[in-house]
Write a protein that binds this ligand. Sequence first.
Ligand SMILES: [Ca+2]
Length: 287
Amino acid sequence: MKKAKTKIWLYPLMFMGFVALILAGCDKDDSGKLPTVTTKSVTEVTHNSAISGGTITDDGGSIITAIGVCWSQNENPTVSDFYTSDGTYTLDGVELRDFTSHVRDLEPLSRYYLRAYAANEAGVAYGEQISFETDEAGQIIHPLTIDMIDAWTQETSEGPKESLIDGNTGTYWHSAWSSNVEPLPHWIQIIFPEETNIGGFNYTFRQPSGITDRPNHWDIQTSSDGENWETRWTSPSDLPVEPVDEMQTLEFGENFSSRYFRIRILDTYGSRDWTHLSTIEVFENRE
Ligand SMILES: [Ca+2]
């Protein structure tokens, strides 16, 4: 009898011990905590790329197995969406604690949500979410140097062609008006050192000045030899000649590939035989 009673009394203790063991086991499985990571601000956003990254502030007590950023057009992106894999995995894990991530293959004019992530044996942790919007389809501006450009014609008393590419809207190029005046069209010629894609150009009117003589009708020509020219695209006529200070953009709808380009001014506001311009930029369209 006594013996049996003792046994009965022991059962709850044994059961409690078993529960304690299970709890201890659970504690042990959970002792690997998730890492803590913060998301770096998103910079250098283009029409299809951006730069971000993250900083691991706590590894959670175990080695870091993966780091990067993940993104989606939906909120709270995870590593099931698009992601980068940064750093190098070694037997000691990923040792980088501060990393930069290059985000690529984005869609233009789209809103994205991005988070840094870091994984250890406990799982994947995420930094705070950052939202950003990509630019419109990319203009890749091709730098121009003075030896690449020429103009037909050039006024001798003012407005050297260098002013077209000096990055200063306060200076301007002026075609001939005091002598050797030639009828429109006038052109600005660009010779690239190698075949180059041009999908459009930006320009700024001479400023400040009246609107008379501002270009309002354009075309673009290419050549295979610098002598024989082919018209590839023509703008609408009577384009706006105001406001004075905003850069204007004309796009061809496709890229033309050539070494030789002429941007021709077919007509001007007032239709006199000379014109002027503060800035010219040519660009390739990526999309
Ligand atoms: Ca200028």
